[in-house]
Design a protein around this ligand. Structure first.
Ligand code: SER
Length: 339
């Protein structure tokens, strides 16, 4: 008998930790199988069924996984984020694109063996957008999923392409075969804004100035923000991001009119994040020292995303607006973390 599990790749990242916490508190859920190149932090281990330390590019390991486990949902979180990807674009392509294709193949095999669809939940990103210039960014109303999709980063290109792959595998897989068969993949993707967690720090992202500013202030460390104070992008508190993943996974297939949905919560300029942080931590030492290239990347990301499709189709709504995110979640939790 194969063991029934939910597979999470990249589970040791900050979204993974939040997702494991939530899944482990839910009733009647299969155990979580973790696949991460770094293993899993010891504190998280009791919350999952099993941990596989390994690479999503290791097809032999993935083969073992197919034969030993029964997987009906995959949260494919493993990725190199946008800043890291610019230093190693070819590695980013391998991890972000080939890694995703490998996991899609795991899903096809699982669906073939069980005769049931496999849900493939894929976090995409505001990085999938590319606003042509600052003037356009400033004037644009909240952008919907199909506007301005001309990313300028390797990570953004990788995410956008994988969104399309998911749509292809779900609806058009091997469409010219003599006896076309569905892939069995039920691909569902969320385009996230910058995520801010009170308990973990991201590694290698370009929206990280938000969380970095907060965590530095709470630790009593100085922080030089790498974008201008007027730089605006959308953000979301981590608990909302986790809930969005779980709600999208739980939505009845027939309610979903798309394979990719924007979700967002609040947008604000970096200078206003600094003001909120200084108000909470009066000794915070925040300066602005824009890095031209990283600034250039953030300038191509929209100031606001339109998430009306998610609201309409599966009832998405953020619980943490700006005030709640800072005053009820981020600031109190971060204070405790560094106390
Ligand atoms: N926050 C991510 C990054 O900056 C975008 O998804 O790379």
């Amino acid at each position: 008998m194969r063991t029934k599990v939910i597979l999470i790749t990249g589970a040791n990242g900050e979204v993974g930790h939040g997702l494991i916490e939530q899944l482990s508190s839910m009733k009647n859920m299969p155990a979580v199988l973790v696949l991460d190149i770094r293993g899993l932090e010891p504190a998280m281990k009791s919350k999952v069924g099993e941990v596989l330390v390994g690479d999503i590019l290791d097809t032999r390991l993935l083969g073992t996984l197919i034969s030993e486990y029964e997987i009906d949902t995959i949260y494919h979180l493993a990725a190199l984020l946008s800043t890291h990807s610019e230093f190693r674009p070819e590695a980013a392509h391998r991890v972000n694109v080939q890694g995703t294709v490998n996991l899609l193949e795991v899903a096809i095999e699982q669906a073939r063996i069980s005769g049931r669809p496999v849900k493939f939940i894929f976090p995409s990103s505001v990085a999938a957008y590319g606003m042509p210039d600052l003037e356009t960014k400033k004037k644009a109303p909240p952008v919907s999923e199909d506007q301005f999709t001309m990313p300028t980063t390797m990570y953004g290109c990788n995410k956008l392409y994988c969104e399309h792959l998911g749509r292809y595998y779900t609806h058009y897989y091997r469409q010219l075969a003599d006896a076309p068969q569905r892939s069995g993949i039920d691909f569902r993707s969320l385009r996230f804004p910058g995520l801010i967690s009170a308990t973990t720090l991201p590694t290698g992202g370009t929206s990280d100035y938000g969380p970095e500013m907060l965590h530095a202030a709470a630790k009593g460390a100085p922080y030089a923000c790498f974008v201008r104070p007027d730089t605006e992008i959308p953000f979301m508190a981590m608990p909302d991001a986790i809930r969005a993943l779980l709600e999208l996974a739980a939505a009845p297939r027939e309610t979903l009119s798309r394979t990719v949905y924007n979700v967002t919560s609040f947008s604000l300029p970096a200078g206003e994040i600094a003001d909120l942080v200084r108000a909470a931590f009066p000794s915070a030492e925040i300066t602005f020292d824009p890095h031209p290239q990283r600034q250039g990347i953030v300038d191509t990301w929209p100031a606001q995303m339109d998430d009306s499709a998610a609201r309409r189709d599966w009832g998405w709504q953020p619980h943490y607006d700006l005030q709640r995110a800072f005053h009820e979640y981020l600031i109190p939790t971060i204070r405790q973390r560094y106390a």
